[in-house]
Design a protein around this ligand. Sequence first.
Ligand code: KIV
Length: 265
Amino acid sequence: MTRIGTARLHEMKAAGEKIVSLTAYDASFAAVLDEAGVEVILVGDSLGMVLHGEDSTLSVTMEDMIYHTRHAVKGSKRAMIIGDMPHKSYLNPEQALTNARRLVEEGGADVIKLERGDSSICEMIRHIVAHDIPVCAHLGLTPQSVEELGGYKVQGREPAAAKQIKQDALAVQEAGASILVLECVPSALAASITAELQIPVIGIGAGADCDGQVLVIYDILGISGRQPKLSKNFLEVSSSIQDAVKSYVTAVKSGDFPAPEHQFS
Ligand code: KIV
């Protein structure tokens, strides 16, 4: 079976069909997600928090990402696999390309994801894409910059910050990113970025008008020890993990998730 590619996500955006994404870090969860019809499995560096119990993603290494990506690939057949580039793995274009190649060749990722959208990140996106590796950008609340951002806070509430996020979104698209993850921004800002960009925008705490939604699997199962406003415990209303994931897929596809209480203004 061939995996979902970036072209399919672009078709879904054009058709107005919501893209469903969840994180997974191992073969068993990846298989559950694949079976439930999740289109994009994100092997996120959130694993530093939910698997390793750290307070941030900063300690995650390339070896961690390759290890977990390889196992998520092994458990799934259809979903696109996005592998996160961890903190400090993309400090310059050559290092970024070397590590992106490792994530694809050793980990089996279809697409790699990196955070922020300043000019040096755009240069790295250009370099990676020029070597035929598809890139997903990540803007808004970028957890690898938690120290600079002063915590896990909604981004883009002030007009100048909103303008910067929109400019960065256009810049990463222009640099060749095929997908954008937008995290923790006001819904109105996310809606206007989604409408302006040609590439699909997958939101987390970014409102209902994004082209798709992504959440951390352990949050939707209520086992991460936290219940962020942007997420929902789908296991509470389901009889099994498989049913909870299917309920999430149905809720995203129908537009029932995210509801107003999961969004920011
Ligand atoms: O690391 C991750 O899981 C992520 C999502 C929360 C978007 O980047």
